[in-house]
Design a protein around this ligand. Sequence first.
Ligand code: IPM
Ligand code: MG
Length: 371
Amino acid sequence: MTAPKKKILLLPGDGIGTEVMGATRKVIDWFQSAGRTAFEITEDLVGGISYDKHGTPVTAAVIARAKEADAVLLACVGGPKWDTLPFKDRPERGLLAIRKEMGLFANLRPALVFDVLSGASTLKADVVKGFDLMIVRELLGGVYFGEPRGIETLPNGERRGINTQVYTSSEIRRVARVAFELARKRRKKVCSVEKANVMESGVLWRDEVTKLHATEFSDVDLVHMYADNCAMQLVRCPRQFDVIVTDNLFGDLLSDLASMLTGSLGMLPSASLGLKEASGRQAALFEPIHGSAPDIAGRGVANPLAMILSYAMMLRYSFNLAADADLLEKAVQNVLSAGLRTADIVEAGQTSVATAVMGDAVVKELAQLAA
Ligand code: IPM
Ligand code: MG
């Protein structure tokens, strides 16, 4: 009897999502038809497109499918069309609900400069050259989910908006553990980021990370940094960092910042992981860092490489297909080295190509590399 097929769920979402997922789908199909993978693939709705069809940014059925899948590949959600909806109906809630329901507490956001793109960064090439860091962002706690939250009207008629930054020791430890374990496979350096100078939750964060480090990970170098300083250090000298571990909100900000060091948001993938079960199974969702880019949606010019590299991350982390992930990453490198660029990473003297052209070029390069 053959083992049941692994299931992957594709969620293109909104905006440029359909376009970048379309290009990625060709890559996925290449792996399938080359016999390198044999996934059972389904595609479904999340975000504004789901709201338009079902009146909710994510249906219970899609959440159930996401939980049942061995891995989920999501593009991006949101757009001006849905910006005036109440919070609970917003596209972003669909993504947050999936993260929560799947238990994805650790968000891995790599940022590194592709050598051929170091000129595309807004920072000087000698500042960004060779940097390679990983942000591990806590994804299920902090101000994103903390209670109480809301907008209330005070007796004097004033309105008050409330969010709560809250962390428990176990929430801090489980994400710090992911960071330390990752660092062991990299350059063995962790920088833990909070604002312990003003926030109690930051004091607890620092304390728990320090204790975990002392008891289990003293072979890894640990430093602590305030979040504002970290933002400054990231643009001053990004090479000093290996793994950065931080909370949900600081991670959101710092990962956008770090990704821009690379020259384009359109290049970076991410992975969100749950706890590894005894069976070895681990909930996982892969998505590009970029958003739905409503300004260019529908024009076929978006960069599909972050989405394609998210698929490479899926092959590597969820299915242990390192050789296939390497092959795909190499194909992307080669296509860039050959001078192919989408509009977001184009440099003087180059012409930019469409989303589909970039996707097809990666597929062609895959076929050539594998031949
Ligand atoms: C991200 C995004 C999301 C977040 C939004 C779309 C809810 O900015 O994944 O970084 O804030 O987490
Ligand atoms: Mg963000």
